[in-house]
Design a protein around this ligand. Structure first.
Ligand code: ADP
Ligand code: ASP
Ligand code: MG
Length: 403
């Protein structure tokens, strides 16, 4: 018997009835003689609601205050679940990120876990408590409340499983595992029984929000297998994410990431160091840039396109325009509301025809690609967001066919 870590996401803890279903999973493991640590998300859409309430007050929200507001959601679930388990006759106790403590970096809204002190949890487990941890939250070295980025409760769970030396981390959610694409958007998706950390990391990083990408990184680093399964389906076998995945996929999955903006610098001076200066300017201002494409640059000028989040577009344009001594482009164009569709698979580079199959599926559906970017194990294209679901379905059908 060992330590079991179970994490329940927002839709799994949305109301009292669902919390009761969650309790059954916890009690089942506890009654088998395991020590049980549970990580919970905020109930239902609580985090979204808190963020929009903050935006009603100011469009330029103070990130420190936002973290202390949105971390409340997880805290509410943890104490409610603990109360429920106590009512059912089990010894349970809730802990916040700072009671443990989970020490993070100080990047509000996107903090990274630096260290977890497991002493308190271990001594509570020794006293036979079921320990319920509020996910998504931590505290930095100066005592400030931080959050780990949207979907970050997964990361709390895998990090805890890793420091507690648990043999695996179970992530309970509203789907029965990881599929070849988002089952809520794509028809005829295929269930993936086993997937490697590397492939899962790409899928999550490219927008498959079923797992927070950082939890996969931590799982890989500490070799903690992650099992994704359904809270509500009785016989859910789920998906196992680990290093010894034996299934081999040319294409493991197709992911979509929304709310992307594209900026193009036309006629940027073609001299050594110019592109570097532009991107240094953006990184000094904490702008996260994703895809970057530079034209051939045969002449005195070149064109550079790149993408940022929709929400960073105005800030980025302001910085570019205010620094025209660095960004001496003839014209700066911007558009928002694109989606990035990515196919991911370790076999992509060794299999001819993958790109043409992907592009053909888009062409057949009259969907234009605005940027293409490739790496060893993925191909991503930018399409208009209103065509993104159609694109996802078309590409999925091209690679996986009908069921
Ligand atoms: P939770 O609240 O449990 O953390 P999330 O909403 O964060 O759940 O993640 C689960 C959702 O991820 C699913 O409902 C599904 O719509 C979405 N999803 C996206 N891509 C995939 C995929 N490849 N496989 C499974 N689910 C996916
Ligand atoms: N409640 C947070 C969110 O909605 C964290 C999580 O659910 O994992 O992003
Ligand atoms: Mg999630």
């Amino acid at each position: 018997m060992g330590i079991v870590v179970q994490k329940f996401g927002g839709s799994s803890v949305a109301d009292l009835e669902k919390l009761e279903q969650v309790s059954n999973h916890i009690i089942y493991e506890y009654n088998k003689g395991n020590k049980v640590v549970v990580v919970v998300s905020a109930q239902g859409k609580t985090t979204n609601k808190l963020i929009s309430e903050a935006e009603e007050i100011s469009s330029d929200t103070n990130l420190r205050e936002l973290d202390s507001l949105i971390s409340v959601g997880e805290q509410i679930t943890a104490s409610k679940l603990s109360m429920l388990l106590n009512k059912l006759g089990y010894k349970a106790i809730s802990l916040t990120g700072w009671q443990i403590p989970i020490i993070t970096t100080n990047e509000h809204g996107n903090a990274k876990i630096k260290n977890i002190n497991s002493d308190k949890i271990l001594s509570l487990l020794d006293e036979n408590y079921i320990v319920i941890v509020a996910g998504f939250q931590g505290i930095d070295e100066t005592g400030e409340i931080t959050t780990l980025g949207r979907g970050g409760s997964d990361t709390t769970a895998v990090a805890l499983a890793s420091v507690l030396d648990s043999e695996k981390c179970e992530i309970y959610t509203d789907v029965d595992g990881v599929y070849s694409s988002d089952p809520r958007i794509v028809k005829d998706v295929r269930k993936i029984n086993e997937i490697s950390y590397d492939e899962m990391l790409e899928l999550s990083s490219m927008g498959a929000k079923v797992l927070h990408n950082r939890c996969v990184e931590i799982g890989k680093k500490y070799n903690t297998p992650i099992i994704v399964k359904s809270t509500f389906e009785e016989q859910s076998q789920g998906t196992r994410v680990d290093s010894s995945s034996i299934e081999s996929h040319i294409i493991s999955g197709i992911a979509k990431d929304d709310n992307i903006a594209r900026i193009t610098l036309i006629g940027l001076e073609n001299v050594l160091g110019k592109t570097y200066q532009v991107f240094k300017l953006l990184s000094d201002n904490n702008i996260n840039v994703d895809i970057i494409v530079q034209s051939f640059g045969e002449t005195v000028s070149k064109d550079v396109s790149f993408t940022v989040k929709n929400s960073d577009l105005d800030k980025t344009m302001k910085i570019l325009k205010e620094n025209c001594e660095i960004v001496n482009a003839k014209e700066i164009l911007s558009n928002k509301d694109f989606s990035k569709i990515s196919i991911i698979g370790v076999g992509i580079t060794n299999t001819p025809g993958v790109a043409s199959k992907m592009f053909g599926a888009l062409y057949d559906n009259k969907i234009n690609m605005h940027i293409i970017s490739t790496s060893e194990i993925k191909i991503s294209v930018l399409v208009n967001s209103d065509e993104a679901d159609l694109a996802l379905n078309a590409i999925h059908k091209a690679f996986f066919g009908d069921k």
